[in-house]
Design a protein around this ligand. Structure first.
Ligand code: FES
Length: 144
């Protein structure tokens, strides 16, 4: 009678141990593949004074500038073709992709090359109407 109880306890104990091991080994791959979903983020730029028309501010993810008619604009520096980082060609006054030569206007409109579409425009806001503060919303695609 006592032996049967001990045998039953051991079986129950083994069952719990095997169950715990199985649960752990099933959860490990889930943790390995677990990715945190990125949320759009805001990047705040604060200057001593407001930007002037046609003044460019180059950041890693975007270029910010002030236009006469549309106010502050930020465009992504990621080329829509294959994702290279665009640069500003001062001599031509346009953005160029160093990888395959796509060209974009000063406000990011497509001009030529394999990209076939313009640069992504990012949302710019100025909290509390402060003219020297710019908040640029970075979409998930621009976050590293
Ligand atoms: S990655 Fe820019 S043109 Fe190809």
């Amino acid at each position: 009678m006592v032996n049967k109880k001990i045998e039953k306890l051991i079986n129950r104990r083994n069952f719990i141990i095997y169950g715990a091991v199985a649960a752990f080994s099933l959860s490990v791959p889930a943790f390995i593949n677990y990715k945190v979903k990125k949320q759009p983020q805001k990047k705040r730029l604060v200057f001593d004074k407001p930007l002037t028309v046609n003044q460019f501010v180059v950041e890693r993810e975007f270029v910010l500038f002030l236009t006469e008619d549309k106010g502050p604009i930020a465009i992504s520096r990621i080329c829509p073709h294959l994702g290279c980082t665009i640069i500003y060609d001062d001599s031509k006054g346009i953005f160029k992709c160093p990888c395959h030569g796509s060209e974009f206007s000063k406000i990011g409109k497509y001009l030529s090359g394999p990209a076939k579409k313009g640069l992504q425009t990012l949302k710019v806001s100025q909290p509390n109407n402060a003219l020297n503060i710019y908040e640029i919303t970075l979409p998930e695609s621009l976050l590293l």
